[in-house]
Design a protein around this ligand. Sequence first.
Ligand code: G3I
Length: 482
Amino acid sequence: MRLARHGGHETPRRTRAGSARRIVGAALATFLGAAVLVPAAPAAADSPLRDHAAQQGFEIGAALGVDHLQNDSQFADLAATEFNAATAENSMKWESTEPSRGQFDFSGADAFMDFAQQNNQKVRGHTLVWHSQLPSWVENGNFSPSELRSVMENHIDEVAGRYSGEVAYWDVANEIFLSDGSWRNSVFYETLGSDFVADALRMAADADPNAELWLNDYSIDGINAKSDAYYNLIQDLQAQGVPIDGIGLQAHLINGQVPGDLQQNIQRFADLGIKVAITELDVRIDMPASQSELEQQARDYRAVMDACMAVNGCVGVTVWGIVDQYSWVPDTFEGQGAPLLYNDNYQPKPAYDAVHEALGGQSDDDPPGDDDPPPAGPCDVSYSVANEWNSGFTGEVTFTNNGSSALNGWELQFDLSGGQQISNGWNADWSQSGSTVTASNTDWNGSVPAGGSVSIGFNASHSGSNPEPGSFALNGESCSVS
Ligand code: G3I
């Protein structure tokens, strides 16, 4: 039998006072899910993503790994500065919170909640019932239907109950369908049948009456058999009076493959009267990522942002991580990576600019003297290897501003895809992240008149092969190569 809510928790519930004690010095409007998006003063053009998002009443979130929050201050800084919403990447999952039956461990989840609250971020709880990252005592427990229902109820009650009033949305059930729209054979489905979803939603409503209750899955971004299954299930749940508030489209995407009907799909769910969000966005690239692939990725991020922002019921976009080096992608998809907004050196990628601009940031209109160079018009680049020896070479690059106005600051990017590593350079400030090389103007050569050219050069190492870069971008615009 189920215990009364306040007596039923084996682990002490976080009290409002206990939570408030942790929120030291935060500009806290409230951490109740409904009120985090405080109307903001107009954001400056180059303000962080969250400032622009707040102005639009939009959520821009990130999945946060607690170990990174605790051990990587650059990661934590970006998480706090850029995002007004947050999802725990792993620390609220079943294997983290209830690794053994009835033994709850909220150390990671509490640390995540503390961070989100200190930074006034709207929290998506992820996730209560999922076939993956499920401890074996559940998966292989051979429970009878009534026992498994009670195991599920206790878990939901403890986890959602602990953070009652502090989580805006719960991903109550995650990834319940296969790509053909049939039910996934999880222990929950096999033991309880499809009713486990309605049961879990009702249990979550009991545990946290304030949270919105969502379903969440991947490969349901476009209209297909799997998203049709959700569409039908949500209608069934609504007809039965089961609480269902939203659907998360994870959007783990492949570069250049944003579904053309993404917006239409978002709209059809919104038309059911529920909310929609992009919950786990990343766009993976075959490595090494070239400059043109990074530009394609930026267009993909922009397309996803635009599709969500165009539909009233689409509340926000969450990216599944912040810096490329911590992404789950390379571990899962061999040879693929670079799926996020920041590169391994914590520098924003073209995808960041695309998200920034989609939110209304106007990096193109930065006042002179700002960090961001203005966009270039048409440009032409010539590249040559002036000298080459066993283990190194000297590269020379000349670009011409073929636009009709002068450049006031420039940044040239290209890829050295053969593992070449720049050691020094001249006539520009040089940096390299993986294969991507960035040369930006020095103090004295930022101004390039229409028709003017700049020649820059570098020394680099190579280990046998020395392929030439195939494409160049000047202030984010592709150049022709002569
Ligand atoms: O915590 C252990 C650590 O102790 C151990 O040393 C290490 C060795 O591999 O593993 C660590 O656990 C890893 C865990 O992430 C925490 O880092 C697991 O191996 C690893 O499999 C796990 O991957 C997570 C994955 O879900 C599990 O399915 C990813 O970080 C996480 O990004 C990913 O997120 C999922 C969403 O929850 C649902 N949608 C798909 C998305 C991507 O798979």
